[in-house]
Design a protein around this ligand. Structure first.
Ligand code: TPP
Length: 658
């Protein structure tokens, strides 16, 4: 191994040695505890420590790092107290997730570390967001994000590198190529010589570094980082290394040829660096003994603290309270001056006034800048707010949602326009696993609004007509808003922008240009979790939201003998169950209408809630009406049959007569 000291002084060389040794000694201890059944699972980074340690020490302490499951060296090199790491692995309160997530699945703002989620790839896009924040704030910071070579096969990798390159974001994409992804060797993972070769395809500089040589890692990453700070751009760095133990301890290494193991064993980063320092006369055998003793004492002391700590006592309130970041709603009343506007204008106005109110709010989406968006909602925004805040994106739903998460981590609010709600599937993973779960897992909120132009009745076929709110109302951690009127749309969108939690804001395309209302011209807010009773009557309670509210009203107009309460839910998560119960207790009959196909739609839950809470007040079974159990067809006559309007009228009359 060729160690180049460059200009490093002895103190730095020794500190690198201590930093390299620490994760090795912790791991050796963990392997013993694992055999004793005292910890549950272990992903070994033995043999790869030089990468995590070298990269971390090469960066400034206030620069974010997004490590993976084998990067203990990142955590120790940022000097996290060991008892907190041990507490994390044991699910204790002194860890970073209150026992809610395991191993390295956590972040800590104090140490500028953002841990992985199990899905490996999403953090690559999150790094883009943090780097974008650095650029927007003119901070000149570098962000380092890790992935294994296996993770580079995920779409997230491609999207994140593409976005970083198009936007010239200061991200170091650190690929630890350790030969295997679980049992899959590199030749079954990718078909090019080096992963670094992929950089050219993204217009990105790339480097190959010997990942077992801590001096090479440290020196080269330090130089690259310094250069990127002054000339922001992404860099792809492939570290060649090897995984010396099983994927996790229980899975073994039977599939790895012995010769390969033997040859890489000669490259051990700790042993080789130690020998080098001894050869240079910088380190003696007694130094090694005393350094090891100091580290082992620290490990044992902190293990004692962690083992002595009581287990967490489950408390339902604590769990439920942490799903969302606390948000104190601030009511802002609009002016008396109103103007009749279309649904789409109300949304555009709300968005614009929120941009004015939050000077660092960023909008991202496909074709939203010069072109003004597919529906022209952001027309004129580029001129008013500039291209840093109104960002056209490549077609990378996943990476852009991840970027929004990264912005939030760095304290910047954002709104992402899905061109059509249907396309959120291409970014589904970060929504339901990253945005939704971060606050519960490690108290990191996702200050992100996803705008979702949705809905049928526009003869646009199966992929431009869906109303997919039920995919998200099912997922704790998300808020779901679904207005039916311009006044609500504007006020609720403004609240969505103020709320620090992830909000999916559904905008029915069929309402955009068909529904008009007098709306205050200036800024105002409306609260989440408050339904609106838009008609009152004693026969039946109709519960609905979105375009279906208008269908219910039209149906009542055609059937004037039926006197019904019409509850427009406005927000589905949180939902105003009290308004529902109060009305059902009055009328004794409930019918729920939604545009979504019936099975698994939110009507099923509302029906169950009514039965559980209002059973003795009911004079008839609760009725649900929704679309057919098919994808949404294109031909207008098929779509009309698919949608529930006509079936609703029949069901309403039957319920009335019941
Ligand atoms: C989306 C997803 N698919 C599969 C897995 C299961 N899995 C966890 S780690 C891993 C191998 C990862 O290989 P690599 O990225 O090379 O990292 P390494 O473990 O070698 O450090 C697999 C398949 C996962 N966690 N997430």
């Amino acid at each position: 191994m060729d160690f180049q000291i460059n200009n490093l002084d002895n103190n730095t060389l020794l500190n690198l040695y201590k930093a390299l040794l620490k994760p090795r000694l912790i791991e050796e201890k963990m392997l013993i505890l694992l055999r004793q059944g005292k910890i549950s699972k272990w992903f070994s980074g033995i043999g790869q420590e030089a990468i995590a340690v070298g990269v971390t020490l090469a960066l400034d302490k206030d620069e974010y790092i997004l490590p993976m499951h084998r990067n203990l060296g990142v955590f120790t090199s940022r000097n996290i107290p060991l008892y907190r790491l041990f507490g994390q692995w044991q699910g204790k309160a002194s860890g970073f997730t209150k026992g809610r997530d395991r191993s390295f699945h956590f972040g800590t703002q104090d140490h500028k570390i953002v841990g992985m989620i199990s899905h490996l790839g999403p953090q690559l896009g999150v790094a883009d967001g943090i780097a974008l924040a650095s650029k927007l704030n003119s901070q000149n910071h570098v962000v380092a994000v890790f992935t294994g070579e296996g993770g580079t096969s995920e779409g997230d990798f491609h999207e994140a590198l593409n976005v970083a390159s198009v936007w010239q974001l200061p991200v170091l994409f650190c690929v630890e190529n350790n030969g295997y992804g679980l049992s899959t060797p590199t030749n079954e993972q990718y078909n090019c010589q080096h992963i670094a070769d992929k950089g050219a395809g993204y217009g990105m500089e790339s480097h190959i570094i010997d990942g077992n040589n801590v001096l090479e890692v440290y020196n080269r990453v330090r130089d690259i980082a310094e250069n990127v700070r002054h000339n922001p751009r992404p860099i792809l760095v492939e570290f060649k290394t090897f995984r010396m133990r099983g994927h996790e301890e229980a899975s073994g290494t039977k599939y790895v040829p012995q010769e390969l193991m033997d040859s890489w064993a000669l490259n051990d980063p700790v042993v080789n660096y130690e020998a080098f320092l001894k050869g240079q006369g910088i380190l003696s055998e007694s130094d090694v003994t005393s350094i090891k003793e100091t580290i082992l004492n620290e490990i044992n002391e902190h293990l004692d603290i962690a083992f002595a700590e009581e287990d967490i006592v489950p408390n339902k309130t604590n769990e439920l309270d942490d799903v969302y970041k606390k948000f104190v709603y601030q009511e802002v009343n609009g002016s008396y001056e109103t103007k009749e506007v279309r649904f789409i204008d109300a949304i555009s106005e709300g968005l614009k006034q929120s941009m004015e109110r939050h000077p660092n709010l960023v909008i991202m989406g496909q074709d939203i800048a010069e072109y003004g968006g597919a529906f022209k909602i952001t027309e004129g925004f580029l001129e008013q707010f500039g291209k840093e805040r109104v960002r056209n994106t490549p077609i990378c739903e996943s990476a852009i949602i991840e970027t929004a998460m990264g912005l939030s981590i760095a304290g910047i609010k954002s709104v992402v326009e899905m061109q059509f709600a249907d396309f959120v599937t291409s970014g589904f993973n970060p929504v339901v696993n990253y945005l939704a779960k971060s606050h519960y897992r490690w108290s990191q909120n996702a200050d992100v609004v996803l705008r979702m132009p949705c809905g049928g009745g526009v003869a646009a076929g199966p992929f431009h007509s869906q109303t997919n709110e039920a995919w998200f109302t099912k997922t704790p951690g998300l808020k779901v808003v679904y207005p039916a009127f311009p006044y609500d749309a504007k006020g609720l969108l403004n609240t969505a922008m103020n709320d620090p939690n992830p909000v999916l804001f559904f905008e029915h395309k069929g309402l955009y240009r068909s529904i008009r209302q007098d709306v205050p011209t200036d800024y105002y807010t409306l609260p989440f979790g408050k339904a609106s009773i838009i008609r009152e009557g004693s026969n039946i309670t109709i519960i609905s939201y979105g375009a279906a509210v208008h269908w219910a009203l039209e149906t009542l107009d055609r059937n004037p003998t039926i006197k019904a309460d019409v509850i427009d839910l406005r927000t589905l998560q949180p939902m105003d169950t009290q308004a529902i119960y109060a009305s059902v207790k009055k009328t004794g009959k409930a019918i729920i209408l939604h545009e979504d196909s019936l099975f698994g739609g939110i009507a099923s839950d509302i029906s169950a809630l009514i039965m559980e809470n209002c059973f003795k007040y009911l004079d008839a079974p609760v009725i649900r009406v929704g679309s057919l159990e098919t994808p949404i067809p294109f031909a207008p006559q098929l779509e009309t049959q698919y949608l529930p309007k006509n079936r609703f009228e029949i069901a309403l009359n039957e319920l009335f007569k019941y």
